[in-house]
Design a protein around this ligand. Structure first.
Ligand code: 2P0
Length: 355
């Protein structure tokens, strides 16, 4: 039997508090602005990917949640795998040129791959999986190929699969620096702080709808770049200041500032979507009532004790510190009762509540 080489990794989901929306280069996935996210717990939300390489495999193949996908139909998959393979080829070349015996340098860059990827969160939850999916793919390729590149370097490879994936290469608090270059060498993710830096911070996911979104992020952001006047203002004068203020708030564990910027940035992202022509509307009536509920909760506390944020869909992610989260979960279950409240309890504190 031929030798088989294999790697298994997991990668987490991240939720942006300063949103990425807009590309200046669609092929290389270079964003118009920097963004910042919080990585969620891998126990509840992550992708687990195994990659095996063998000289006996006839071609690259990929199974997603048990169903085979056509790799050839996805330019992004091809881009990520090819970029990682090129790094491996360069490594093999370097080892050989440094005098390593040929039999010790396994020609993995020339072998075909079998990729098996599974999400540990229900597809019905309607949560984006491209970030954890591409991050897991690239992490696994990095381990399998024994690549010497740093995590930030590898985040560039994840980025060419899906922009937000570069942030899922790290845990904790992560910034994606937009960069200014045409080749994307300066557009990568860096860890701002690790998870232990702020252990009291918790996230609650409220699933308002499990329907697939009508307009994909990729298509939506392109139309925004082309048509929204508000968007240009956001990129030019709002995001740079917020990136600085947010990093300061995280460094100082200043929840009030963290929360206010998070809500304002979510609101502005959705305002920019509405300013797109034709307009894009991702939030629904339940999303909007959760916004009101969070503001009412904060007003009752006399401080900013919770923050909502919404991506390209109606589901809310709420951030709060541990003590406030306990009360907020009670309030949410009271205002949005459901029969199967055990689901919420079971996953607390990194909860799902499905309406
Ligand atoms: C974010 N979103 O920062 C923002 C907020 C959605 C709203 O990243 O085209 O799936 O693959 O680069 O990464 C969604 O965009 O888009 C996204 P592509 P991606 O999390």
């Amino acid at each position: 039997m031929s030798a088989k080489y294999e790697a298994t990794v997991t990668a987490p989901v991240n939720i942006a508090v300063i949103k990425y929306w807009g590309k200046r280069d669609s092929a290389l996935i270079l964003p118009t602005n920097s963004s910042l996210s919080v990585t969620l717990s891998q126990d509840h939300l992550s992708t687990r990917t195994t990659i095996r390489a063998s000289p006996d495999f006839g071609k690259d193949r990929l199974w997603l949640n048990g169903v085979e996908e056509d790799i050839a139909a996805s330019k992004r998959l091809i881009n990520s795998i090819t970029t990682a393979r090129n790094l491996r080829a360069a490594l093999e070349q370097k080892l050989l040129s440094e005098g390593a015996p040929a039999e010790t340098v396994v020609p993995l860059s020339k072998w075909s791959l079998h990729v098996c990827s599974e999400n540990n969160f229900p597809t019905a939850a309607g949560l984006a999986s491209s970030a954890s999916g591409y991050a897991a793919l690239v992490k696994a390729l990095g381990v399998l190929f024994d690549l010497p590149q740093s995590t930030s370097d590898l985040s560039r490879v994840a980025r060419v699969g899906s922009g937000s994936a570069c942030r899922s290469m790290f845990g904790g608090f992560v910034a994606w620096q937009a960069g200014v270059s045409d080749d994307g060498h300066d557009s990568f993710a860096v860890q701002v702080a690790d998870r232990q830096h702020w252990p009291e911070l918790q996230a609650l996911i409220l699933v308002a709808s499990d329907k697939k979104k009508a307009i994909s992020s990729t298509a939506g952001m392109q139309t925004t770049v082309e048509t929204s006047e508000l968007f240009a203002e956001r990129v030019r004068s709002v995001v740079p200041k917020r990136m600085e203020a947010m990093q300061r708030a995280i460094a100082e564990r200043d929840f009030g500032t963290f929360a206010e910027i998070t809500m304002r940035d979510s609101n502005q992202f959705h305002a920019v979507c509405l300013d797109t022509y034709p307009p894009i509307s991702y939030m629904n009536d339940i999303s909007r009532s959760i916004v009101s509920l969070v503001h009412a909760f904060n007003a009752a506390r006399g401080r900013v004790a919770a923050a909502y944020t919404y991506d390209a869909g109606p589901n809310a992610v709420i951030y709060a510190l541990k003590d406030d989260m306990r009360d907020l979960v009670e309030l949410v279950t009271y205002c949005f009762p459901r029969d199967d409240s055990t689901l919420l309890e079971a996953f607390y504190p990194n909860s799902f509540a499905i309406f």
